[in-house]
Design a protein around this ligand. Sequence first.
Ligand code: DP6
Length: 330
Amino acid sequence: MSDRLKATAIAPSNIAFIKYWGNADSRRNIPFNNSISMNLSAARTRTTIEFDPSFTGDTLIIDGRPITGAARARVSRHLDHIRALAPTDLYARVVSENNFPMGTGIASSAAAFAALSMAGTAALNIDLDERQMTELARLGSGSAARSIPDGYVELKAGGGHTTAFAYTLYAPNYWNLRDIVVIVSREEKPVGSSEGHLAAETSSHFATRLAELPTRLKAVRQAIRNRDIEALGEAIEEDAISLHVVAMTSRPPIYYWAPATIRLIHAVQAWRRDGLPVYFTLDAGPNVHLICEAKHETDVLARLADIDDVLETLVSQPAEGARLTEAHLF
Ligand code: DP6
């Protein structure tokens, strides 16, 4: 046992090809459906946690700023899960840094809760295997489970806590894809994913989405296995639109798109008609993720440079999952 109860971990964000939308058990983030994602090399969170008997409460610092309110309460709830495993009642100081801008529609909760789970358990010398670590991360944020294993990852819906876990489908170097996040709006989204998950079941399209998913999940696994960008692209666009149809028909409806979102979708369709194999996916926000093979990255970026709506782009390749680190560098 080390003298100081302190550890640092780095975790990537991830982009879902098949989205997680809706919880069978929202208290424990047990999803209704399996999801498949790719870890993102350019969107990472580094978190250092220290537990100490002198602390009188949990503190949270993100990108140098002390955080209170709902965000800190959510982190404290996750720390409670970690403390229960030790067990201990020590409070913690959590210091996180993102190497990407927050509130840009990048699923920062995925990287955050993956890093928190890994650093928190290490600091308290709790020994979990990878599968157990994904289950723990899932309690903090469903998509965080997918940021623990390497590369292309599937999160199982499962019936209970120990059957809803994530695992690597393919290593990062299996297929050299690119995810280009196109930031078209920096506004804080009005409705977070947590509320979207809760509302999903109120949409009459939700049952249709669930019924379609086994076939689409199979198509995505097969497309990655065959490194077939066309098959992957068709399936991910279909899945993203299906999520947004559910969101837009939930009660009350949730509209995540900005005018620039649909302009980007039209542009991508036009580029494909020109012979450029690039596809879009959308999370719970207005920004667009473009998926293409590495060899088409330059061409896609050149076309994006001509579009006024584009505020910023962030290019990722498939990345490894969460890791403990000694270094204080990304
Ligand atoms: C649309 O697991 O990130 O990105 O932590 O409550 O925000 P919260 O939920 P989260 O939901 C992910 C929703 C999604 C789709 C996905 O990543 O699968």
